[in-house]
Design a binder for this molecule. Structure first.
Ligand code: KDO
Length: 330
């Protein structure tokens, strides 16, 4: 039920003869992400989401930003060139500034808090806007983890206890306003760079560090080219499972319910996997010779929150939304 051209393109790209193009009755759901195949979100989607929709659709993941560059996935879905991605609040904020509230340091408190926020009626108008403005349905929230500061310097050279200690540190952050603002808010000098460039950037010293959750530090092997992690937890980060509304609208009600459930089940499975890894990986990183330590979290939280008060971002937040988020349970 995809546009004929999309089916033809997919089948021909896979080298299928014309007969298989004509025989193809299942839509192909191309999912693009900068994440690797072994990332917990990728694993959860491949092992839980894909099989659950297999009767009526073919899940086709593309990893390491090999199909669509990081940050262009929403435009690709809107243009009909992609069916699915795991998008960030920062990317959504490029189109709908309200989403910057979820890209703000120290707002989400835990994986469960993210779920409670996503399922709360406060999200309904935002989800609706994403559908009408971008043609994208946000199906579920995936847990990426607590982002920490991961640097090339040993702790003896740079001891990151407060935001002032990050002054002048060239910290790679993804390339969008909301990310760069967060980088400045924690006291660093943020440098935009695509996820797939980070390892080389750290290796060559074109950046001093990067921020990501511990499972990413390990999965992408950043620990090979860094010496320390200051556990700033400045963002309890997430991705939304984003699905093409054009494709959704062509599914039967039963199929839509199956896609919705598959997304929620995959998110749950990915969340469990990621939380377990976060717990285990301090020990692994320490074994690899990194210094992993807790900074003055109060100093970071206070400083970061003060940067957002009165900012352009905060002006876009719907009245009372921050209080509602804060009032939801963990
Ligand atoms: C990153 O570029 O640092 C980031 O963690 C941002 C996230 O929004 C997400 O896109 C993630 O990369 C990729 O999925 C790779 O893990």
């Amino acid at each position: 039920f995809l546009m004929a051209s999309a089916i033809t393109f997919t089948a021909l790209a896979a080298g299928g003869p014309l007969s298989s193009v004509l025989a193809q009755d299942k839509p192909v759901i191309r999912m693009s992400t900068p994440a690797s195949e072994t990332d917990q979100r990728s694993v959860a989607l491949a092992t839980v989401f894909g099989p659950a929709i297999d009767e009526f659709a073919t899940y086709q993941p593309h990893y390491n930003a090999s199909l669509v560059p990081q940050g262009s996935e929403l435009e690709a879905i809107a243009a009909g060139d992609l069916e699915m991605s795991i998008t960030s609040a920062q990317e959504l904020a490029n189109f709908l500034p309200e989403f910057s509230i979820f890209a703000t340091g120290y707002v989400h408190r835990s994986a469960q808090h993210q779920v409670n926020v996503f399922n709360d009626p406060l999200m309904d108008p935002l989800k609706q806007k994403v559908e009408s403005d971008l043609g994208v349905k946000l199906l579920a929230v995936m847990y990426l983890g607590k982002r920490h500061v991961n640097l090339r310097f040993p702790r003896s050279e740079k001891n990151v206890m407060t935001p002032a200690d990050l002054a002048g540190v060239n910290l790679r952050m993804p390339g969008s306003d909301a990310w760069q603002f967060l980088g400045r808010a924690i006291g660093a000098n943020p440098t935009p760079m695509a996820f797939t460039e980070i390892y080389t950037g750290l290796q060559t010293g074109s950046v001093d560090g990067q921020d990501n959750p511990l499972p990413t530090v390990v999965d992408a092997k950043f620990y090979e080219v860094t010496k320390q992690v200051s556990l700033t937890a400045h963002l309890v980060d997430l991705n939304y499972i984003a699905f093409s509304k054009a494709v959704w609208d062509k599914l039967s009600a039963e199929q839509q319910a199956a896609v919705q459930k598959a997304a929620e089940d995959a998110a749950q499975s990915g969340r469990e996997g990621q939380l377990k890894k976060e717990d285990e990986l301090v020990a692994f990183l320490t074994q690899q010779g990194l210094e992993v330590y807790e900074p003055d979290l109060n100093a970071f939280r206070t400083h970061v929150q003060a940067q957002y008060v009165g900012s352009e971002f905060a002006k876009a937040w719907p009245e009372g939304m921050l209080d509602k988020i804060n009032a939801l349970a963990d």
